[in-house]
Design a protein around this ligand. Sequence first.
Ligand SMILES: [Zn+2]
Length: 271
Amino acid sequence: MPLAVGLPPMYTSTMSVTSHLRKVFEVDQAISGLTSRLQSADRFLAEQQRQLGELDAKVGAVEGESKKQKQLQAGSEKEVALLDAKLEQLREAMGTARTNKEYAVFLTELNTIKAQKDEKEKAQLEMMEKIEASGGQVTALQASQVERRGLVARADSERSARQAEIAGKLEELKAKRELLAKDIGAEHLKLLAELEHRLEENAMAKLYEIDRRNHEWACSSCMRAVPVQSISMILKGQLTRCSNCTCILFADEDQDVGAKKLKKGQTAEQA
Ligand SMILES: [Zn+2]
C-alpha cells in the first residue's frame, strides 16, 4: 500500500520520493563537480583552436593578396618588355628619318612611350613594396601559428589528462545514478532535470531553521519563509516545492521539523 496519497506505487518503501530524488541530485552534483573541470579544459582548447583558426585565415588572406600582386607584377613586366621593343623600333626609325618633321613625329611617340614605361615602372615599385610587406607579415603570422599550435597541443593533452583522471569515477557515478533512477517515476526525474538545468546546485534545498518550536522554516536557497502546510507535506514525504524559487524542499531527520509546538510562555527546555 502506498504511504502517501498521490504517490506512485514505486514509493511504497520507507523512502519518500523526495529522499529518492535527493540521492539522484547528490550524484548529479558530484558528476557536475567532476565534469566542470573537464568543461573548463574543453573551453580552453576551443579558444586556442579558435585563435589558431583566425591566424590561419589571416595567413590565407595575406598570401592570397601577395599572389595577386605577383601576378599583376608579372603582367606589368611583360607590358614593359613590349614598350621596350617599341622604343627600340622607334629609335631605329628615327635614325633613318628623312625629314625633320618625320623625326619630330617619331620623337613625340618615343616620349609618350617613355612616359608610359615610367608610369608602369613606378607602379611596379609600389607592387614590389607590397609584396615585400606581405612576405614580412606572413613570416610574423607563421611564427604566431607555431606558437598557437603549441598551445592547442598543450590544451588538448590537458583535456585528455583530465578526462582520463575522472573517467573511472564518472562511470561509477553514472552507474549509480542509473540504478537510483530506476526507483523514481519518469515525471519526477523530468522535474529534477528541469530544475537542475534552471537552478543548478539550488535545484533542491534543505529547510532552514528560523524557529523550530514555532514551526518557522525558510527555503535555504532563496530564504523565503515556507508555509506550515508545506512543512506538513514535507513531513508526510510528499514532493514539496518552494513557492518562491520553485526548488524541491527537503528536511534532514536531525532537523526535527515535526517538533511539538511550544505552549504560550513555555521555553524549549521545559517542553
Ligand atoms: Zn526557495
